[in-house]
Design a protein around this ligand. Structure first.
Ligand SMILES: C[S@@+](CC[C@H](N)C(=O)[O-])C[C@H]1O[C@@H](n2cnc3c(N)ncnc32)[C@H](O)[C@@H]1O
Length: 231
């Protein structure tokens, strides 16, 4: 366990407090209100979303790979969502059967996972076809000058908070095979300009091909675009 991950976990709530107060909490509330059925949240951190899950959620599993975060998450889950299950796992390797969930939630996580495409493919695998990914992520800016600045300062952002501020995450979500349905572009409140551009929205997991009748290898996913993935 690295010192950085301990410091990050210990300071995370304080670091986020101003942004949460100035609008992030509200953005979370609006997003999480759309969750229903069996829900998986990846990279749950200290549990900022826990209190927002609506009654339509029948089971909640929150995963998180970093032990210092897991401990805080467990404590907060006991207070805010006692029926939630907390599990230590990276988004790239989720210990669940295919089609286990109706909704997946990722808030401020896809910027920091080691392998974004692998994490997104795992989400497609564990979601039922037609299940939804709800996301709130800070991303690469559409403004060329700001995007250039993000490239310049990314090393610092990586060093300070362990994530990339310049990932084209919406494109990655599409590339993995999700079909985005609602996308809102917003701003991370009370944050430096290079982490401000936010995407908030949902995307639908693609349908799987019936591999027996299609006569193709098991695990092939039918994507809406020209790509096809093998799990
Ligand atoms: C910026 S925090 C966001 C926490 C929380 N989702 C929130 O909205 O407050 C990023 C979280 O992603 C976790 N993380 C880092 N690498 C990950 C990975 N490969 N898979 C899943 N989560 C990861 C970190 O440990 C951290 O808890």
């Amino acid at each position: 366990m690295s010192i950085r991950s301990r410091i990050f976990a210990a300071t995370y709530d304080r670091m986020m407090a101003k942004g949460e107060k100035q609008g992030l909490r509200e953005l979370r509330q609006r997003l999480i209100a759309q969750a229903d059925g069996r829900v998986i949240e990846i990279g749950g951190g200290t549990g900022h979303n826990l209190a927002h899950y609506p009654a339509e959620v029948t089971a909640l599993t929150v995963t998180e790979p970093e032990p210092p975060m897991v401990r805080r998450l467990q404590r907060h889950a006991a207070e805010r969502a006692p029926l939630a299950t907390v599990l230590r796992a990276p988004a790239e390797d989720l210990p669940f059967e295919d089609d286990s969930f109706d909704t997946a939630v990722s808030t401020l996580v896809l910027c920091g996972v080691d392998d974004q495409q692998r994490a997104l493919r795992e989400l497609i695998r564990v979601l039922r076809p037609g299940g939804r990914l709800l996301f709130l992520e800070h991303v690469r800016s559409d403004d060329v000058r700001l995007a250039r600045r993000q490239n310049r300062v990314n090393w610092l952002n990586q060093f300070m908070v362990g994530c990339d501020c310049n990932r084209p995450t919406l494109e990655s979500i599409r590339e993995a095979g999700f079909v985005p349905d609602q996308i809102e572009h917003g701003e991370f409140p009370a944050a430096p300009s290079f982490v401000r551009p936010l995407i908030i929205g949902s995307a639908t997991a693609p349908k799987r091909v019936d591999t027996d009748t299609a006569g193709r290898s098991a695990g092939t996913i039918n994507l809406p675009g020209p790509n096809a993935l093998s799990t």
